[in-house]
Write a protein that binds this ligand. Structure first.
Ligand code: 5RP
Length: 224
């Protein structure tokens, strides 16, 4: 019988927990991402709370969940090193490039990924793709720039859709870009970043994952 997506998320979260247990130095800071897969990881991480110094978190939702488990959450500004950052993805390709931000936490996720020594992506196999872009690319924008940024995105060949009613933890808005034909994700990531009013975009190509732990019907596989 096929394993449900939630079971796969739980399995991959457990595998990430095992990885962290074996690889995170004692009393270090762990980076924690956002989303339903990460929620399972946070629940597992509670068992390790005596062994970690604290966590840095990519969203208010994850911070809340970490605190509920008694895991201390600290400001990234007070931290010089994050040895391991565990986060989910909406898509991941064979080059470990990702699309992220389905949950709207892309900016804080990208910042922690930039600081982290190792980015560990945890996902079920439905997230593995040959080419990025079927999942709409989220772009966080300063609210007053929304229409301008949308017009610039149309010039790049995409169809921007405003995620109406959603405000990010940073007080900004999200445009989701549909129908982009992404030949060169690194170049597109730079082009989107260059639009004035864009805070971040959900292409994680310049800095992708270092390790991907993927759960599927056949079990867990680790890609490096
Ligand atoms: C949130 C993210 C998530 O990692 C991504 O959306 C995957 O979420 P889920 O594990 O719920 O499928 O980037 O901004």
């Amino acid at each position: 019988m096929a394993t449900s997506q939630d079971q796969l998320k739980q399995q991959v979260a457990q595998a990430a927990f095992d990885y962290v247990k074996d690889h995170l130095p004692a009393q270090a800071i762990i980076g924690v991402g956002t989303g339903s897969t990460v929620n399972f990881f946070i629940d597992a991480l509670a068992e390790l709370k005596q062994d970690i110094e604290a966590a840095v978190s990519s969203s208010e939702a994850s911070t809340e969940r970490l605190k509920q488990h008694g895991i201390r959450v600290v400001d990234l500004n007070s931290v010089s090193e994050v040895p391991i950052y565990v986060d989910g993805a909406d898509e991941i390709d064979e080059h470990m490039r990702m699309v992220k931000g389905g949950g709207g936490a892309l900016t804080r996720e990208k910042i922690i990924a930039a600081v982290a020594k190792k980015v560990v992506c945890i996902a079920d196999e439905s997230k593995q793709v040959g080419r990025l872009g079927r999942f709409p690319i989220p772009v966080e924008v300063i609210p007053m720039a929304r229409s301008y940024v949308a017009r610039q995105i149309v010039k790049l060949g995409g169809d921007p859709v405003w995620r109406e009613g959603f405000t990010t933890d940073n007080g900004n808005w999200i445009l989701d870009i549909h129908n982009l034909d992404i030949v060169d994700p690194i170049h597109l990531e730079q082009q989107l970043n260059n639009i004035v009013g864009v805070v971040t975009n959900g292409l994680f190509a310049q800095r992708g994952a270092d390790i991907a732990i993927i759960a599927g019907d056949a079990g867990i596989k680790t890609l490096k």
